[in-house]
Design a protein around this ligand. Structure first.
Ligand code: PLP
Length: 385
């Protein structure tokens, strides 16, 4: 039973077909001859379909190696371009619940390049506090190089008030980067509201190792990768035509079945949460029950270690996630849950079950068959330590 779609989702048949059609074709999209022009056409058609689905123009879509690169390019590239224009523009405001692909480059800018970093607080449901953002901007708006707030959180699933965040940034002419890796293909994402937006192939049923960044026309970004000048000189490197074709096919397919899938996943997820809470004592749900990604159920199991639960479930044939990283083999409480006000012990007792396009009711039934005994065992192990 695969209940870890937020980590990576199985390849969609449409993406598989688009990729395999390209894998045996020759042609560098930068070459001028017939084979090169054919590959270029595939890349540009892919770019156009992704742009149309996100409400932007094709020239604003830059292909990358995935969400992490897109986030790094936005955070470092926008910061450096803004600072180059005015050396006093060194403030970076980022939500405290960002994925590490944003969190770490922001931290790095603070340590290595003298950025003045402020983390934006979230409420207990994981929503960024707009009053906090407003206050932080008001402190010295001209010195803010960029704001980073994700579209939807990858651990607890909370959807952020991104339109309001964008409006606040726009009032002061501050670029907003949004990590929409978990939102694209599931939520109604209008990329034109942010200055830059990151997306990733393998979260939408596309291939691994490919993604894109939408860079608003007129936004200055300093390149991180120099070379052949591909992708408007913003991101050099020979384009991966099969992966790009697979990415476009996956996004197109996920937009095509979005409404039905979202409805189905919401019902399945609500059923999962209701049954787990009913069958097992001491379970609490995390995140915003009224504003979450439809496929994510994030639960805390009082008296358990999340890692123990995860491994016992895996042995019983159910794959899920802690939702947060392990550092050097030591389980760390999630920075997202801590930012939401949870204590470290509670944070370590949590698991994320995430559903996606291949999920069926039997997955939830099977989880419910094994989970009560697994939780009981993890609690016994916890109390005997
Ligand atoms: N941002 C979010 C919210 C994610 O969930 C992930 C993947 O876990 C990433 C960024 C990184 O994307 P990629 O795996 O394509 O580098």
């Amino acid at each position: 039973m695969y209940l870890d779609h937020a980590a990576t989702s199985p390849l969609r048949p449409e993406a598989f077909a688009a990729m395999t059609a390209e894998l045996t074709a020759v042609g560098n999209p930068s070459s001028l001859h017939t084979s090169g022009r054919r590959a270029r056409r595939v890349v540009e058609e892919s770019r156009e379909s992704i742009a149309a689905l996100l409400g932007v123009s094709a020239g604003e879509v830059v292909f990358t190696s995935g969400g992490t690169e897109a986030d790094n390019l936005a955070v470092k590239g926008i910061y450096r371009a803004r600072r180059n224009g005015d050396d006093s523009r060194r403030r970076v405001l980022a939500s405290a619940i960002e994925h590490h692909a944003v969190l770490d480059p922001v931290q790095w800018l603070g340590e290595a390049e003298g950025a003045d970093v402020s983390w934006l607080a979230v409420d207990d449901l994981g929503r960024v506090r707009l009053d906090w953002l407003e206050k932080e901007i008001a402190r010295d708006p001209d010195a803010v190089a960029l704001v980073a707030v994700m579209w939807a959180n990858n651990e607890v699933g909370t959807i952020q008030p991104i339109a309001e965040v964008a409006a606040l940034c726009a009032q002061h002419g501050i670029p907003l980067h949004t990590d929409a890796v978990q939102a694209v293909g599931t939520l109604d994402v209008d990329a034109s509201i942010a200055s830059s937006l990151a997306l990733s192939g393998h979260k939408v049923g596309g291939p691994h190792g490919v993604g894109a960044i939408v860079l608003h026309r007129g936004l200055e970004v300093e390149s991180l990768i120099h070379g052949g000048g591909q992708e408007r000189d913003v991101r050099s490197g020979t384009l991966d035509t099969p992966a790009i074709a697979g990415l476009a096919a996956a996004i197109t397919a996920s937009m095509g079945d979005r409404d039905d899938r979202v409805e189905r996943l919401r019902r399945l997820r609500d059923d999962l949460v209701a049954r787990v809470v009913h069958d097992i004592d001491g379970v609490t749900r995390n995140g915003d029950p009224d504003g979450s990604l439809p496929g994510i159920a994030h639960l805390s199991f009082q008296g358990c270690e999340g890692d123990a639960l995860l491994l016992l479930l895996d042995a019983a044939g159910v794959e899920c996630s802690r939702g947060s990283a392990c550092s050097a083999g030591v389980p760390q409480p999630s920075h997202v849950l801590l930012a939401m006000g949870m204590d470290p012990v509670g944070a370590r007792s949590s698991l994320r079950f995430s559903l996606g396009h291949t999920s069926v009711p039997h997955d939830v039934d099977r989880l419910l068959e094994v989970l009560p005994a697994v939780v009981a065992r993890a609690r016994r192990a916890g109390s005997s330590r």
